[in-house]
Design a protein around this ligand. Structure first.
Ligand SMILES: Cc1cc2nc3c(=O)[nH]c(=O)nc-3n(C[C@H](O)[C@H](O)[C@H](O)COP(=O)(O)OP(=O)(O)OC[C@H]3O[C@@H](n4cnc5c(N)ncnc54)[C@H](O)[C@@H]3O)c2cc1C
Length: 521
């Protein structure tokens, strides 16, 4: 069996950036289940947040992030995020990411719930693509080994510590094993759980399911962000219309042409995402429509074509000139705030197992992510992970991270007797309809028993689609059970039967496979 110091699972920003730093300390393998550039990172449009502007400061960025997180951010983690941002941005620039500049200065834009312009972008609205392609090119020309079309299917644990990973070679169907000192999950979120989603089809909760099965803790998984403005054109796959478009002055109108956001909240179009997404849902209901419109026709056409060239071209290629016509939009699944629980060094409670990027729950997002903080979180905590493990390699130190108290297990449920056939579209519809933007106890209960029934009849996975379905069902169960437990509304989690935030719920729901409680103490 081959053995490496580091094995990275995933090749988005978190996997690639970690690998590029880790190669300075030991041997590195990246396993990725598609091609190297298949990931969510490449779709990121708006950019990456960092307090670099002259009117900005880490303190201001800290305050905005804490406010968006609605009482559940870990202040220590947020402090790290904002203080260590500039150092990681410098790395990205050194690796060659071409951030947009004007007169030699990086240009910054503003997004919802940021108090000042602080979002750095590349290629206008093609930030993620530039980051992904720049880093993957670097990786290819380094000593890092990359195995594409290889899906990690099981974490190998020996005496409570990770010893390696089992993976499926999707091209040949063979199952292989590889040993390592540090296994790093950088597998992204769970966006494919929902019928309407902005996410790449590789984003199927694999890291969460793998970690849970290996005994790691999963925290805050009920908090999933829905993006308010995703293109809704018949026959066209959901395509994100970046928040930065509203940041530049885009206005939301209902199907009758009336601006509606000021009716709901003073910040109007620049309110936090959960509020905008729910307002859009209510407005669609009121007007019996499946969409609203984003109006940018008052903005200078030159601003639109230069600042948002990708969005402009995509819409134009589908018959819509956004400088003249309204953009039909509706909410869609977007980003997972919770995930595999880690400390500020990326360590899970399982020795040798780490998580970074969207699959990790560092505590920086709390109940709601501030726009453009996720790319930043990926690099800041990846760098810390490499600092920690690099010193372990040098000293042969063997640390054992501590476990949480008040853990929950997945409850046993009587599976529903009559359930729809289990397939991906049915799972995605169930999650969209029952565990989506507006939730209720009754609908969550219904979803929970269907999911339990589906899980009880899942065959042993054998190929990529069956592994992905297995991982999605497990992630869906964790999300639904957590949403049921959380009898309040906070951040992105909204329940009609408990519409307010409650002080007694200012705490986290953490699942672990071998926990003895079914609900948090
Ligand atoms: C449309 C869109 C726009 C966005 N815009 C922004 C933005 O402007 N700013 C911002 O900060 N954030 C944005 N985000 C969020 C951000 O892009 C993601 O949170 C971030 O890119 C996640 O990076 P990652 O490396 O953790 O995961 P990803 O980039 O999703 O990569 C996951 C990787 O894991 C691999 N993988 C998964 N499972 C397995 C397995 N079992 N075995 C092997 N490999 C596996 C995948 O193939 C992939 O390579 C956006 C997201 C989307 C979808």
């Amino acid at each position: 069996m081959n053995r490496y110091d580091y094995i990275m699972v995933g090749s988005g920003i978190a996997g690639l950036y970690t690998a590029l730093l880790a190669i300075e300390h030991g041997s590195v393998l990246i396993l990725t289940k598609g091609s190297i550039d298949d990931c969510n990172t490449r779709y990121a449009q708006g950019g990456i947040a960092a307090a670099m502007g002259k009117d900005d400061s880490p303190e201001l960025h800290f305050r905005d992030t804490i406010a968006a997180g609605d009482g559940l951010c870990d202040p220590e983690a947020v402090r790290i995020l904002v203080d260590e941002a500039a150092d990681c941005i410098a790395d990205l620039i050194k690796f060659g990411v071409p951030f947009d500049t004007l007169n030699g200065e990086i240009t910054l834009t503003r997004e919802a719930a940021h108090s000042v312009p602080r979002i750095m972008h590349a290629g206008g609205d093609a930030t993620g693509e530039h980051i992904e392609v720049t880093l993957s090119r670097r990786v290819r020309s380094s000593a890092i080994n990359v195995l594409e079309d290889c899906l990690a299917s099981e974490i190998l644990v020996h005496n409570g510590k990770v010893s390696g990973v089992r993976y499926l070679d999707c091209r040949t169907g063979s199952v292989e094993e590889c040993g390592c000192r540090f296994l790093i999950l950088a597998t992204g979120g769970v966006g494919r759980l929902f019928k309407y989603t902005t996410n790449s089809d590789v984003v199927t909760g694999d890291g969460i399911a793998l970690a849970f099965e290996a005994g790691a803790e999963i925290s805050d998984i009920e908090f999933f962000q829905f993006h308010p403005s995703v293109l809704r054109l018949p026959g066209v796959a959901p395509f994100l219309i970046s928040e930065a478009v509203r940041g530049e002055g885009g206005i939301l109108r209902n199907v009758e042409g009336r601006r509606f956001m000021p009716d709901y909240v003073a910040e109007a179009e620049l309110a936090p995402r959960d509020i905008v997404a729910r307002s859009v849902v209510y407005e669609m209901k009121k007007t019996h429509s499946d969409r609203v419109f984003l109006d940018v026709t008052d903005l200078p056409p030159r601003l639109l074509t230069t600042r948002f060239p990708h969005i402009y071209r995509f819409c134009r290629d589908h018959g819509l000139d956004i400088t003249k016509g309204l953009i039909p939009v509706a909410p869609a699944g977007h980003y997972l705030m919770g995930g595999v629980k880690v400390n500020s060094w990326g360590e899970t409670n399982v020795g040798g197992l780490f998580a970074v990027g969207e699959t990790a729950c560092t505590g920086v997002h709390g109940a709601n992510r501030l726009a453009s903080n996720s790319l930043l979180e990926s690099v800041v905590f990846s760098k810390r992970l490499v600092r920690r493990t690099g010193s372990v390699v040098a000293s042969s130190e063997n640390r054992q991270p501590s476990a949480s108290s008040n853990l929950c297990s997945l409850p046993q449920r009587e599976p529903s007797s009559s359930v729809p056939p289990l397939n991906l579209p049915n799972l995605q519809s169930l999650m969209w309809d029952r565990v989506g933007i507006v939730r209720s106890g009754e609908e969550l209960e219904q979803a929970a028993s269907v999911l339990a029934a589906w899980q009880s009849c899942l065959p042993q996975p054998s190929d990529r689609p069956s592994y992905e379905l297995y991982n999605l069902i497990l992630s869906a169960r964790l999300m639904t059970e957590a949403a049921l437990l959380r009898e309040e509304s906070r951040g992105a989690h909204f329940r009609t039967d408990f519409p307010r935030a409650l002080p007694e719920w200012q705490r986290h729901i953490v699942f672990r496979k071998d926990a003895t409680n079914e609900s948090p103490a």
